[in-house]
Design a protein around this ligand. Structure first.
Ligand SMILES: [Ca+2]
Length: 511
């Protein structure tokens, strides 16, 4: 383990010693609403929802020692950092469908990248739709739902995407046309998509941000803010209309393409290598062959990435993190310029995390911590700035949280819990567990539970309910999950206890 990595783990451990700590900008322990909740007659707050793709919480404000994210860190200082938030399924479409409907995958029945929510839940009222039906102007730009799965009833105006592809350099555009790898029919548990040529897994180009799709989408969002600002700030209540703008970035998803100025922020030699082995005693069903990365040119079809390639891929991922961070900075500057910050809730969230070589694997599609752990920041001008919590949160909590923060009526059937009480008191008793799941071929579902101390997984035959395999990781003493303790005889009583807690499910874990 490198010095940097040890320091990071120690910092994380120290940060967790005191549990949740809320610090106001002046450093005082305070979590009371700054001005108290607004009266119903007060101006409705706007929502700016920043959605990222495959972003793990590798950010300065989450304690990462290397990633440079000054703009997101500044955003964090105006709101609350939820240090331990977990997605409900670590792949794009199921995670987004779950968050946007406020239901878990076993309710949405969306486990793949092809099923539209209106197929399985034709009458569901989505998060944005709820705002729209309560008088908000709702708009979606970029990857909010999974591509081709956008939902018209969610928006006041048609959803828009920026023009552009995954690569910008002549070398990669040529590879994409001829000579690149042909993406396979399937990878991991994902269903078939269109057969496309895959160029390199990363690229650096000395081009402006706007040459890349996320740079273009940022400009679209800035233009949109200019259009909605007059209505959102109208003096007359009859003319005033708040907005809910969802902006879905494509990065830091593969391919890791970013302007060269963001690559230049990092010294590759200082990037520590991840622990490259699967956990001892791990069942095969928990693992993936990371075919998503293997479909890119230059990546081996079998076997591990070399240490050099591992560092280059991580360097590329960090460059993408700083690239999207810079886009957040532009949007925050525009909100300030339009004087919208004082009336706008800003949310930063990612659909899931990724493995960057941990356990000898890449990308997502598992129940491991790097895949299920997501960044979440909520900055509401009415609540204490610069606060943090270690309480367990889930993506499915966002819907009831935003509805409550904006004074919207509650919605029946939501399966998350509003996080507003934590924004008032970050140290209060909260959920006893967060839940994720991931399907595998053969009608197997991996049910995963993160408690304060443990991650416990069961791989279940969905027809017979037979538990085919179990995993138990002690996240306090083994934070990188080197050893699956579930087969150990001396863990039997703990396994039995956690099994009971998993069976009781999210309903029993509520605060
Ligand atoms: Ca994703």
């Amino acid at each position: 383990m490198s010095q940097t990595r040890r320091e990071f783990l120690r910092t994380t451990a120290i940060a967790s010693v005191g549990g949740a700590i809320a610090l106001s900008p002046r450093g005082a322990r305070s979590a009371e609403p700054v001005d108290g909740p607004r009266s119903p007659a007060a101006r409705k707050k706007n929502v700016l929802f920043l959605v990222f793709d495959d972003m793990r919480p590798a950010l300065g404000c989450f304690g990462h020692p290397l990633v440079k994210s000054p703009n997101i860190d500044r955003l964090a200082k105006t709101g609350m950092v939820f240090e331990r938030t977990y997605c409900q399924q670590a792949v794009c479409a199921p995670s987004r469908a779950s968050m946007l409907t406020g239901r878990r995958p076993d309710t949405t029945k969306i486990y793949d990248l092809e099923t539209h929510i209106r197929t399985t839940m034709p009458d569901v009222v989505t998060l944005q739709q709820h705002f729209r039906s309560n008088g908000y102007f709702t708009e979606g730009i970029g990857k909010v739902n999974h591509p081709r799965l956008e939902d018209a009833p969610s928006y006041s105006v048609p959803h828009r995407n920026a023009e552009g592809g995954n690569w910008v350099t002549p070398e990669n555009l040529k590879l994409q046309k001829e000579g690149g790898k042909v993406a396979g029919d399937t990878y991991d548990s994902e269903p078939s998509g269109p057969r496309t040529m895959r160029a390199n897994a990363f690229e650096s180009a000395d081009l402006p941000d706007e040459a890349f799709i996320d740079g273009k989408m940022t400009q679209m969002a800035i233009e949109s803010l200019g259009r909605v600002a007059p209505r959102a700030t109208a003096a007359s209540a009859s003319e005033r209309q708040p907005f809910f703008l969802s902006l879905g970035f494509r990065k830091p998803h593969l391919p890791f393409s970013a302007p060269s100025q963001y690559w230049a922020l990092y010294d590759r030699a200082t990037i520590p290598l991840p622990y490259p082995k699967a956990p001892t005693n791990v069942p095969d069903v928990a693992l993936v062959n990371w075919l998503e990365l293997r479909t890119f040119s230059g990546i081996p079809d079998v076997g591990p990435c070399s240490d050099d390639m591992t560092r280059e891929l991580i360097h590329a991922y960090y460059a993408c993190m700083s690239f999207v961070d810079a886009q957040v900075g532009k949007i925050l500057a525009e909100l300030d310029r339009l004087d919208l910050r004082k009336d706008t809730i800003i949310v930063l969230w990612s659909d899931h995390g990724v493995k960057l070589g941990e356990h000898g694997m890449w990308s997502k599609h598992t129940n491991f911590e790097p895949d299920t752990h997501v960044p979440l920041i909520i900055a509401d001008p009415d609540y204490a700035a610069g606060s943090r919590t270690r309480a367990l949160a889930e993506s499915v909590d966002l819907y009831p949280t935003l509805a409550e923060l904006c004074g919207l009526p509650p919605v029946e059937g939501l399966e998350g819990t509003s996080l507003v009480p934590l924004m008032v008191d970050p140290t209060r008793r909260w959920k006893s567990a967060a839940f994720s799941q991931y399907p595998r071929p053969g009608n197997i579902m991996g049910y995963s539970m993160r408690t304060d101390r443990y991650r416990y997984n069961e791989w279940v035959d969905r027809a017979t309910r037979e538990v085919k395999a179990r995993e138990l990781y002690d996240m306090t003493n083994d934070p990188e999950c080197h050893v699956n303790l579930a087969p150990n005889d001396d863990q039997a009583s703990l396994v039995a206890q956690l099994h009971g807690q998993l069976m009781a499910g999210w309903q029993a874990a509520r605060p």
